[in-house]
Design a protein around this ligand. Structure first.
Ligand code: NAD
Length: 253
């Protein structure tokens, strides 16, 4: 039985009510965790924290650009001021730049890598140091994608960022395994969120190919990923690190 009582979780990219970050945050809150939510959209992420508080949970929020190194220090300080520690980090914030090589610009490439991969480096480094100082272990959960596992046309930049998250996770997990700091990646397939809606509008070819490739013939729901986040955050996953968890309706089976 998952029990996150007394745990403090920091979740990035948690502003969207129907997004994966808030899905994971809501499930962890229901299991007893205190939640600190961040996002570029400060008003929306504060509204999500208010929803959690209205449901009787402990929650706070802050505006954060996950690509800004200095802001990670500010977020750490704010979480410590609010809740005193960080037990769980979910590196969830992300964007999807789906462009074929004949149309993608260098600026788009750099933005994709910065938001999806540099942010995971910065967040993981901050959380590892904090968890080390606390001496009680911890769980870091990085949102990758099935696009980090196999190639797709139009996914050169997105796939590179998510494939980078996958191997970053595995390598760094080995550095801190003996300190009981666990780091794992989740690889969602097609989950119905704002990101998916935008991606589909941008590039229907990629969407059509992906839906045809889902053996369960349906998109996933945010809670399908949220449940995996809560599991990896919990002591039920105490012996799991450096692992990748595919939640995709059978796409990569
Ligand atoms: P979403 O677009 O609904 O939410 C992403 C959130 O990240 C937004 O609230 C956005 O404001 C925030 N964000 C973007 N850039 C930011 C920045 N620089 N700093 C802080 N916040 C920023 O997306 P989602 O579908 O909930 O996706 C969440 C994660 O899961 C992403 O990393 C995404 O790549 C990954 N993922 C999603 C799917 C899917 O099908 N939805 C599939 C595979 C992987």
């Amino acid at each position: 039985m998952i029990d996150l009582s007394g745990k403090v979780a920091l979740v990035t990219g948690a502003a969207s009510a129907g997004g994966l970050g808030f899905a994971g945050a809501s499930i962890m809150a229901a299991q007893g965790a205190s939640l600190f939510l961040t996002d570029l959209d400060g008003a929306a992420v504060e509204a999500r924290a208010a929803e959690l508080r209205a449901a009787g949970h402990k929650a706070a929020a802050m505006t954060q650009d996950v690509t800004d190194e200095a802001q990670w220090d500010s977020v750490r300080d704010a979480v410590l001021a609010e809740f005193g520690k960080i037990d769980i980090l979910v590196n969830n914030a992300g964007i999807a730049v789906l462009r074929h090589m004949n149309e993608i610009t260098a600026a788009e490439w750099h933005r994709q890598i910065s938001v999806n991969l540099d942010s995971v480096f910065l967040g993981t480094r901050m959380a590892m140091a904090q968890m080390r100082a606390q001496g009680q272990g911890g769980s870091i959960i990085n949102l990758s994608s099935v696009a980090g596992l196999f190639g797709l046309p139009g996914c050169g930049a997105y796939g590179a960022s998510k494939g980078g998250v996958r191997l970053f996770t595995k390598s760094v997990a080995l550095e801190v395994a003996a300190e009981n700091i666990r780091i794992n990646s989740i690889h969602p397939g097609m989950i119905w969120t704002d990101m998916q809606k935008v991606a589909i509008a941008d590039n229907k070819d990629v969407y059509d190919q992906l839906v045809a490739a889902i053996p369960m013939r349906k998109l996933g729901e945010p809670k399908d990923i949220g449940n995996m986040v809560a599991f990896l955050a919990s002591d039920e996953a105490a012996y799991i690190t450096g692992a990748e968890f595919v939640v995709d309706g059978g796409m990569v089976a």
